[in-house]
Write a protein that binds this ligand. Structure first.
Ligand SMILES: Cc1cc2nc3c(=O)[nH]c(=O)nc-3n(C[C@H](O)[C@H](O)[C@H](O)COP(=O)(O)O)c2cc1C
Ligand code: FES
Length: 604
């Protein structure tokens, strides 16, 4: 299959069109683009020389629908079905690029046709995402063509369970689900746990706001995750596995099910895998989409058919997990690395990264950044390079304020610390966590009090209510933040927030409550002056908190262009040509339209 795949991919005169079929591109219309492409290619009789492949998420989601023409490596973006006749005529018939559909550098505005020259891709190191955008995730043949199941074969036929664990320990791979626990150690504990019945679980719950790494991996390369599970199962002698995936990820669920069926059909799951005598099978368990069900003990309860609530640890799952049996739970991204470690060896994986953080890490880059999408970089890469070199910087030449890392358990890293490198310990030193990889970029128009309020609102909603500190404490914190944002903050509110944070962190039952205060504490650490401005001066410096806004036009900065007048939805602005605009505060609903529309920052 590998030879066949290579022959197909490199056949002379063949063109492969990899069209993105990730959730993001589906949402922007990639299915219509693909259908039109199929029609157009057939109508022109190009069926013999053009192969159209629907892939998983390519990673550059903000530009979808997008496609890549192989072997020319021309990258097209923001397509619509109507663009296809021209694209087929020019690119596929005449070999000429369609300039208007190419990616343009956000700064120079020049087109960059070749995939490999686009900084967003060129500066990444796709190890975990090695197959994204270039295989059909619903074809096990495509996967095998890219060395798929070689890692499984090696682990089952050549290595002992002990040497599998040894390779994992050597690799230094740490869990990518948030806590960063060494995967080899986790497997070793479960391997040494006595018992005939053991389980391997994959955590595909992915509830952090701003995170879509795990979903994209499952959509683009589901077999890689299955391989990780088979190898883990062999290491601890488990015979059953579950993938816990939230039901809000229907495409991921569908593709994983197809992958499971295909692997079973080829004897890569089920009884006597590859004739090794080892049995292992996998089922999908669909979660209802509760953040707390990503917590390991809650996740296991949920699979047991009970309400997804956490329990105190110890005992740890490696000793007593699902149905009280020794269990390994690993994150999707963690598992997607395992087969490559088996093929290339632990030392290969550990050759990249920092002293204590090895290999690469996938981030979901979003927010106020030009290039929104999936980014995989070697550990040790400066955050500044992710935001500026790969992310293309901040739109509209605005200033970066902070990067929020690690979701509700994380914190914000201000511009002054942006040179911090991607490394579990280094990131923790500046008050955030690596987390599962959600990276939300915030420009100078973000209100950090409001940001803290947003995360607490999420946490408060998602608290399962089992322990009082988390159930009641986060509610009190949210009330305080809402009060501050509404302009009713009082002296002593910050001290109360800090006191509550310490109390909840210390006494909450599970990671949800124990880390719930992190976004608040890190906002206070770096942006205390914004809290003071809200409480003492009743001002929101970023102009986000509606109750504290009172817009006026700065006559010195106003260039009399009338843009504010044109955008105001409630006609609160008076303006005439060559006149400074005037805002009627009685009519103004503080919607920010004028503030956003003014090109000269003349709205105060
Ligand atoms: C509230 C909460 C939510 C979590 N959500 C996830 C999640 O969505 N995905 C995930 O892999 N880990 C999540 N975790 C971490 C898991 O409990 C667990 O540590 C992880 O899945 C282990 O896999 P790893 O070692 O490969 O990272 C969450 C933890 C907490 C406390
Ligand atoms: S969904 Fe198409 S690039 Fe992510």
């Amino acid at each position: 299959m590998r030879e066949e795949y290579a022959a197909r991919l490199h056949a002379p005169n063949m063109r492969h069109i990899f069209i993105c079929g990730g959730t993001g591109c589906h949402a922007t219309g990639s299915i219509a683009v693909k259908d039109r492409l199929v029609e157009e290619v057939a109508a022109r009789g190009l069926g013999e020389t053009v192969r159209i492949v629907e892939t998983g998420c390519n990673g550059f989601c903000a530009l979808g629908p997008l496609l890549l023409v192989h072997p020319d490596n021309i990258f097209y973006q923001k397509l619509s079905a109507d663009d296809i006749p021209e694209l087929v005529e020019e690119q596929l018939v005449h070999g000429r690029q369609v300039e208007r559909l190419l990616y343009r550098d956000p700064q120079t505005k020049k087109p960059i046709p070749h995939f490999g020259d686009i900084p967003f891709f060129a500066r990444q190191q796709p190890w975990t995402l090695r197959n994204k955008g270039i295989i059909n995730p619903e074809s096990i043949e495509d996967y095998i063509g890219r060395d798929g199941y070689l890692g499984t074969a090696k682990a089952l036929l050549e290595l002992t369970p002990e040497s599998i664990v040894q390779e994992m320990l050597t690799s230094g791979l740490r869990g990518r689900g948030g806590a960063g626990f060494p995967t080899g150690m986790k497997w070793q504990f479960a391997q040494r746990s006595p018992g005939d019945v053991k389980y391997v679980l994959c955590n595909a719950d992915e509830g952090d706001p701003g995170a879509f790494m795990d979903r994209s991996i499952l959509e683009a390369d589901p077999h890689a995750v299955l391989e990780g599970m088979i190898i883990a199962a062999r290491a601890i002698n488990a015979h059953q596995g579950y993938i816990y995936c939230r039901s809000e990820y229907p495409l991921a669920v569908r593709r994983v099910q197809i992958a499971i069926d295909q692997a079973r059909a080829l004897g890569l799951l089920g009884r006597d895998i590859l004739g090794s005598g080892f049995d292992f099978d996998v089922e999908i368990y669909q979660g209802a989409g509760a953040f707390v069900c990503g917590e390991e003990t809650a996740l296991m309860r949920s699979i047991e058919g009970k309400r997804g609530m956490p329990r105190p640890r110890p005992p740890f799952p490696a000793h007593k997990g699902l149905w009280e049996k020794p269990t390994i739970l690993n994150n999707v991204e963690t598992l997607a690395n395992v087969a490559q470690i088996m093929i290339n060896g632990g030392a290969w994986y550990a050759s990249v990264g920092t002293e204590k953080s090895k290999g690469t890490k996938v981030f979901a880059l979003s927010g106020d950044v030009n290039n929104i999408g999936l980014v995989e970089v070697p550990m040790g890469t400066p955050l500044r390079s992710i935001v500026y070199d790969i992310g293309g910087g901040i739109p509209k030449k605005r200033k970066l304020k902070a990067v929020q890392l690690g979701g509700p358990s994380g914190g914000c890293i201000p511009e002054a610390h942006l040179d911090v490198v991607v490394d579990y310990e280094e990131i923790a030193k500046v008050g955030a966590i690596m987390g599962s990889g959600g990276a939300i970029v915030m420009d100078d128009r973000t209100c950090m009090v409001d940001m803290a309020r947003f995360f607490l609102d999420f946490i408060q909603d998602e608290s399962c209510g089992k322990c009082t500190p988390c159930r009641e404490g986060t509610r009190r914190q949210l009330e305080l933040l809402e009060k501050i944002c509404a302009g009713n903050g009082e002296e002593g509110d910050i001290a109360l927030l800090e006191e509550l944070s310490a109390m909840i962190t210390e006494s909450a039952l599970c990671g949800l409550g124990q880390t719930a205060s992190n976004p608040v504490l890190s906002a206070l650490r770096y942006f205390r002056d914004e809290f003071d401005a809200h409480i003492t001066h009743k001002k929101c410096p970023a102009k986000r908190c509606a109750a504290l806004l009172d817009f006026t036009v700065n006559a010195e900065k106003c260039k009399k262009c009338g843009k504010c007048y044109q955008t105001c939805p409630v006609q609160a602005i008076a303006w005439q040509k060559k006149e400074v605009a005037v805002i009627n505060r009685d009519i103004c609903v503080r919607c920010m339209s004028c503030f956003e529309a003014c090109p000269f920052d003349a709205i105060d």
